[in-house]
Design a protein around this ligand. Structure first.
Ligand code: TYM
Length: 344
């Protein structure tokens, strides 16, 4: 007998992604995720949610959480997502996410979760005191994706490992329950210079909501002065910019700023270097600041306008939740049957 690969998934393409409402959104979230959502919605059926169930794996003030969900939604809309085209919803309003996550908790293996680097980073020295939810977080993420049989997941580079786990869960489910091709093996869409934006203070650390230094990131709600000042203060080196990416290899801060410029301008880093080769940061930084203000200014202005009308945001979320529940229900009903639950 020969080993044959199981039949591949043959359903339609679908995009799904989400962002946690756990702090101010920054340039990394915008370039690594949000701008891609807006682009993809016109090509493929797109589901974008606010990951509030993921957010509570670490403490969130209950008085603030719903407001944070609205803020992320405002950022989605301000960066071009159209609620008539994409389905935009809060994760916790679709209870099937939790139901499928439980089933996947029984499919995923402890050894797989033990390898997750994000849990190690987030739990630090206090593993025993971390919530169980923080540990099984990637399993919920697999459920988010597979509940809609999503085939493509636009995310930053830091989510690659979670996507690999999603594929492992899908493959094991298909195999163990003998339903080849039932779940797709989704791809992480991480192409482009925006997939890994680094801290403005340290080119070896990623730009992050949890960095204690606000100067390390450009927040989507920063005003023009703050953006210009943070870029002026960004760590660099005294060398001029080279002509090739190869020569930037050991200059992480310089490489990052070139990448930011490229991602904001919708160009490649090579094209940016072709324009700025030979120039120092004294010339490059003001140009980058102008570009960042021109691109981010309208986004933050639109976010503020939307946040002033929470009723409109809530209508978008309620409508999206209804559509998401309707899309999830038949898939979860099939899963219940496959697992053999009573009454399914
Ligand atoms: P979160 O909320 O940490 O980040 C949201 C998105 O922003 C990307 N990102 C970055 N991209 C480039 N450079 C950076 N410095 C940077 N920092 C963050 C992230 O990769 C992400 O795409 N686990 C997810 C949320 C989630 C999810 C999902 C995503 C839950 N379920 C299902 C996709 C599919 C997270 O914590 O993202």
């Amino acid at each position: 007998m020969t080993d044959q690969a199981p039949p591949a998934y043959s359903g339609p393409r679908r995009v799904l992604s989400g962002v946690q409402p756990s702090g101010a959104l920054h340039l990394g979230n915008y370039l690594g995720a949000l701008v891609k959502f807006a682009r993809l919605q016109h090509e493929v059926e797109t589901f974008i949610f606010v990951a509030d169930m993921h957010a509570i794996t670490v403490w969130q003030d209950p008085k603030l959480l719903a407001g944070q969900v609205r803020e992320i939604t405002a950022a989605y809309l301000a960066s071009g997502l159209d609620p008539k085209v994409a389905t935009i919803f809060p994760q916790s309003a679709v209870p099937q996410h939790a139901e499928l996550a439980w089933i996947f908790n029984c499919v995923a293996r402890l050894g797989w979760l033990d390898r997750m680097t994000q849990f190690k980073e987030k739990s630090g020295k206090h593993k025993e005191r971390s919530s169980v939810g923080l540990y099984t977080y990637p399993v919920l993420q697999a459920a988010d994706i597979l509940l809609y049989k999503a085939t493509e997941v636009p995310v930053g580079d830091d989510q690659r490992q979670h996507l690999e786990l999603t594929r492992d869960v899908a493959a094991k489910f298909n195999h163990d329950f003998e339903v080849p091709g039932f779940f797709p093996l989704p791809e992480a869409l991480t192409q482009g210079p925006g997939a890994r934006i680094m801290s403005l203070r340290d080119g070896s650390a990623k730009m992050s909501k949890s960095d204690p230094s606000d100067n390390s990131r450009l927040n989507l709600l920063d005003d023009a002065d703050a953006i210009a000042q943070k870029i002026r203060k960004a760590k660099t080196d005294p060398e001029p910019l080279p002509a090739t990416l190869e020569e930037l290899k050991d200059r992480p801060e310089a490489e990052n700023l070139v990448g930011v410029y490229a991602a904001l301008d919708g160009r490649t880093s090579e094209a940016v270097l072709a324009e700025f080769a030979g120039q120092g940061f004294g010339a490059f930084k003001p140009r980058l600041a102008d570009l960042a203000v021109a691109k981010l200014g309208p986004v933050s202005e639109e976010m503020r306008r939307l946040m002033a009308d929470p009723g409109e945001i809530d209508r978008v979320l309620a409508d999206g939740a209804e559509r998401a529940r309707a899309a999830a229900a038949p898939i979860l009903a099939e899963v219940r049957k496959i697992v053999g639950f009573w009454g399914a």
